[in-house]
Design a protein around this ligand. Sequence first.
Ligand code: AMP
Ligand code: MN
Ligand code: MN
Ligand code: MN
Length: 303
Amino acid sequence: MPIPATIPLNADLHCHSVVSDGTLSPEDLAARARANGVQLWALTDHDETGGLRRAGAAAQAQGMAYLTGVEISVTFADTTVHIVGLGFDPDNAQLAQGLAATRDGRGERAKEMGAQLARAGIGGAYEGALQFVGNPALISRMHFARFLVESGRCQDTGEVFRKYLTEGRPGYVPHRWARLGDAVRWITEAEGVAVIAHPARYKFSANEEFALFSEFKAHGGQAVEVVTGSHSAAEYLSYAALAQEFGLAASRGSDFHSPAESHTDLGSLPPLPDALTPVWTLLADRIRHPARHLVPHWAPDRA
Ligand code: AMP
Ligand code: MN
Ligand code: MN
Ligand code: MN
């Protein structure tokens, strides 16, 4: 039985742990989500499902409903686009292989970033970034950003991404990630739902955005993040309209990385605009250990 769309569920379906570039463990994230009133939670580490077993167990311990999650790095129109996967089988071999291939190359890229920063007068950045890495297979620009803050080059990670590590700035090394169609296929063939993450972040022209949404949909993508920590209130409304135009369900997620760095805490965003189909209505049968107080509303056959 589908979850009625009218329930204003506090769902947070996007955040990061130490398994990628967050600073909290899956257990600490689950506890923080629960304390903030989250009822349905997903951990979506970059290109990596290694934290999901712990996340699922922690959600269960917290009495919180849970979906598997991941955020895949994709290159589309020469731009890095992120595709979130939700509710997939975490043991699916094709998805695991695809993610491993996507992670591959991060180590070399990081060394090149370090070399480039050294040429710009900032020594020891690769080694410095490594100090912040929780998972050696997943060194990200965020780890370099933490090094640049800790070493006093910038006040915060926001300043880092304005001055370094982005196109045209020191420390930017372009990288070719997964193809859009592959990422969507890995997720959907593992019985998950693919979601375009934080679309306003890409700064696409109207034509490029139309191409992203149409190609995503043609590959089998089913949802888009509308309410995210990366969007303004005006962007909630413009992407709500785009979701309806393309017949996509809507997702909600903070993209929380760290108590010290993230301006949007877990579970703290406004609800999805009315009239959208929440992505979790497509995933009712894949929600694990639903919170007891929610069961009579949306999973009566499991009560
Ligand atoms: P990577 O996957 O190594 O390219 O690192 C990208 C990560 O950097 C994102 O997942 C964010 O955590 C972080 N980040 C924060 N602000 C920005 C920004 N303005 N541009 C790109 N990345 C950012
Ligand atoms: Mn990140
Ligand atoms: Mn992202
Ligand atoms: Mn993210």
